[in-house]
Structure formats: C-alpha cells, structure tokens
Design a protein around this ligand. Structure first.
Ligand code: FAD
Length: 392
C-alpha cells in the first residue's frame, strides 16, 4: 500500500463495511479500510463539523503522543497534523504559592507530546476520508437499532427513519456506544462500567496582549491533592484548562462568588489569568469520567459480523492522555489483522480483539493510577526536589 490518502477506489466485490461514528477513531479507521480498497460507509449522528456554523467556537485540545502519530503516519497524515500542533516536552508544575517547576518528559528533553485541537484533527481526518473514492459519509444519521444477526441498522435522520444493511459493522461511536448497547443484551456479553466520583470543567486562559499567558512548551499541572487542574496550549495562544474535582464539591460551586473563592484559594496564579472566570465557568456543563470494559468486542451473526473499536470498546479516564492514541493503535492493529487474514473480517476482528484487549485493560488501569500520581505525587516530588536543592 502507498500510505497516501486519496487512492484505493473499491474494486467490484470489495468488502462492504459500515462504520458507525465519524469521531477521531471512526474517521481514521475509514482511511485504513478505504486504503485497502474496501467500500466504507461512515454514519455520524452530528452534522458535518466542516459546514459553516457547525461546532463550537471554544478550543478543546488533546495530547497526542508517538503512538497516535505513528498511526497517522501510516495514512500520510502525520505532517499535516503536526504542523498545527504545539509540542510539550515536559510538564510545568504550579505550586499553591505560584512556584513553577518544569519536569521534562525525556532525559534529553527532546521528546514531546503534542497539543492538538480536537476539532481541527477531526476536520483533517474527515478531509482525508473524503479524498478516498471508496468512502461514503452520512451525517445526521444517529444509529437507533441494529440486528447483529442480519446486519440491519436503523437511523434517525432529519428526513425521518432510514435503514441500511451491511455484512460488516464496526462501532466507533464512543464511550456511550449505541452499537455496544445492542450487543449488550446478548447472553455472554460482559460489560463493566465504572464512573469516577470526580467531574471535570473546561475553562479558557485567553491570550494576554496577543501572546501566551503561560509557557506554551509544557503541559501545565496544578496538583492540589483533592482537586487538580491541567492546561494545554492552543494555536490561537489561549490555553484550555480542565479542572477535576470531586463531583459533589464541584456541584457545590454553584454561585459566581463560590467559584471565585475556590479559585482564589486553590489556583491563585491561574485565577489571575482568567478575567471572567465565573462566566467562563458557567459556560460548560460538568463532564463525567467513565471507564468501560467489555467483551467480546466481536459478535458473529448469521449474516453479519459486528465489532467495536476506540472508546466504544474501551473508554478510559483521561489522566494518561491516551484514549485517542489507544483508539488510533486499534486501527493499526485491525489493519494488520486484515492483511494477515486476507481481509476476512470475522477472523481479523477476533484476532485484533485478542491482541488489543490485554493492552487496553492495562492502559485503563494505568490511567486511573496516574490520576493519583498527577493530583498528588508529582507535586510532592517537585516539592521534595526543591527542598533537596535548598539543602545542597
Ligand atoms: P468519540 O470521539 O466519542 O467519537 C464518537 C463519534 O460517534 C462522535 O462523533 C459521535 O457523535 C458519534 N456517535 C455517537 N453515537 C452515535 C450514534 N448512535 N449514531 C451515529 N454516530 C454516533 N485522549 C488522548 O489521546 N489524549 C488526550 O489528551 C485526551 N484528553 C481527554 C480529555 C478529556 C476531558 C476526555 C473526556 C477525554 C480525553 N481523551 C484524550 C480521550 C479521547 O477524547 C477519546 O479516547 C477519543 O475521543 C475516542 O475517540 P472515538 O472516535 O472512539 O470516540
């Protein structure tokens, strides 16, 4: 294969695949499958985010590491994505008294994770999908039901209900997957879902006098034990902050005065950088954090095979910044399994699940462990290093 997008018109008799969900993972998967010459239809409940007026104006970013970049490289998208990314070679710890300490991610300080706009990445992936003649995009199609025996799917669309049938269906429809919900009622399908008692809020530190208000070459962390905040830089020179706090206490911050007081106490340096904190705070709902483990990811029906990928198969908490990276790695592995099985989807999906499940269970556990590390231990470590330095 060439690795370049835009090639691979499906041959007559090419495998037909329906991918449900045109988020980050569904789009990347569609690129990999189209590059194999398969006929892919991508169904997405939202409108096309590239349409004028679609989407939100706020910047929401995510950290993409080498695992994700490697997957993008294989479909020729790494350079485009990295061009718009801000490298973060380390983390900057903010102590309650405003002291800063930088901890590089690698010994030589040259390896970085990349802050990338989630919506820009999604649009880049959609453009790549569009460049393949073998892919059909169906926006405003919300999957409502699915029969894994026959491969019949039903959708809610602005024009009313619609139906389609596909011999291969892959659910890339995120943590609350509708595809998974249809598999879940079958005997033998195990689902374990665990909410953290922490919620999160997204806030913005705007650019100051046209420049970044904090060092853009770092992932910023304010570890406070019970609560924690992180901030990643955006290309427009703002930072997107994510504040994590026990859900009950977050709910108690229900007046502008309480929000201001909580920030003045816990995050005084960040407080000074968010001019209209209370209004910004009220802008977004409280987000929830869930880990989803399920199996099997592959169900073989009489006339169809259904698989799960990305968050639909394994949603994890965000503290390792690896959810999307992990979903991208799923795409690489499934592509490899298709190559090894001669494009036999039933065999390839089973093989892919076999190879990925242990890894995704492990990252789910590490992500939960890293929450304790980030909100507590990194601070203590920085504190101890400073104390040690003072005594030298
Ligand atoms: P999603 O991104 O959820 O996409 C699913 C798509 O399916 C959506 O477009 C949705 O509209 C569509 N859909 C849903 N239901 C239906 C339906 N019934 N019919 C049709 N379409 C449907 N990961 C990282 O790698 N790095 C990070 O730094 C990072 N930070 C994060 C921070 C936070 C606060 C959170 C919550 C997550 C973070 N993640 C991060 C995780 C990352 O966001 C997810 O792992 C990733 O978005 C999963 O991609 P996905 O395509 O599987 O699912």
């Amino acid at each position: 294969s060439t690795g370049a997008p835009g090639v691979g018109a499906p041959a007559t008799g090419a495998p037909e695949v329906a991918v449900v969900g045109a988020g980050l993972v569904g789009c990347l998967l569609a690129c990999f499958l189209a590059r194999r010459g398969h006929a892919v239809t991508l169904y997405e409940r939202r409108p096309d985010p590239r349409e004028a007026g679609a989407g939100r104006s706020r910047s929401i970013n995510l950290a993409i590491s080498e695992r994700g970049i490697d997957a993008l490289r294989r479909v020729g998208l790494d350079e485009t994505v990295l061009k718009a990314a801000l490298p973060m070679p380390g983390r900057m710890m903010h102590a309650p008294d405003g002291t800063l300490s930088f901890q590089p991610y690698s010994a030589d300080g040259r390896r970085a994770i990349n802050s990338i706009s989630r919506s820009a990445l999604n649009r880049t992936l959609l453009d790549a999908v569009d460049a393949f003649p073998g892919v059909r995009l169906r926006f405003r199609h919300r999957l409502t039901t699915l029969d894994p025996e026959t491969g019949r799917m039903e959708f809610d669309t602005p024009g009313g209900p619609a139906a389609a049938v596909a011999p291969v269906i892959i659910g890339a429809d995120g943590a609350g997957s509708a595809v998974r919900a249809r598999l879940q009622t079958r005997p033998g399908f195990n689902l374990h879902q665990e909410y953290l008692d922490y919620g999160y809020k997204e806030l913005t530190i705007p650019a100051r006098a046209g420049d970044f208000a904090l060092d853009p070459g770092a992932l910023h962390i304010w570890p406070r034990g019970r609560s924690m905040m992180i901030a990643l830089p955006n290309p427009d020179r703002s930072f997107t902050c994510t504040l994590f706090w026990p859900e009950r206490e977050l709910a108690e911050l229900d007046t502008p005065a309480k929000v201001e007081r909580a920030f003045a106490e816990n995050y005084p340096d960040a407080h000074a950088l968010i001019p209209d904190l209370a209004a910004d705070y009220a802008l977004n709902p409280i987000g929830h954090l869930v880990t989803v483990r399920c199996e099997p990811w592959t169900v073989l029906g009489r006339a169809a095979v259904v698989g799960l990928i990305g968050d639909a198969a394994h949603a994890i908490v965000p503290f390792y910044g690896q959810g999307a990276n992990c979903g991208f790695e799923d795409c690489v592995e499934l592509d490899r399994c298709l190559a090894e099985t001669g494009d036999d989807y039933a065999a390839a999906l089973l093989l892919y699940e076999n190879r990925r499940k242990g890894n995704t269970d492990t990252i789910a556990r590490l992500a939960l462990d890293n929450f304790v590390e980030m909100r507590d231990k990194v601070a203590s470590r920085a504190f101890l290093a400073r104390k040690r330095a003072e005594h030298l």
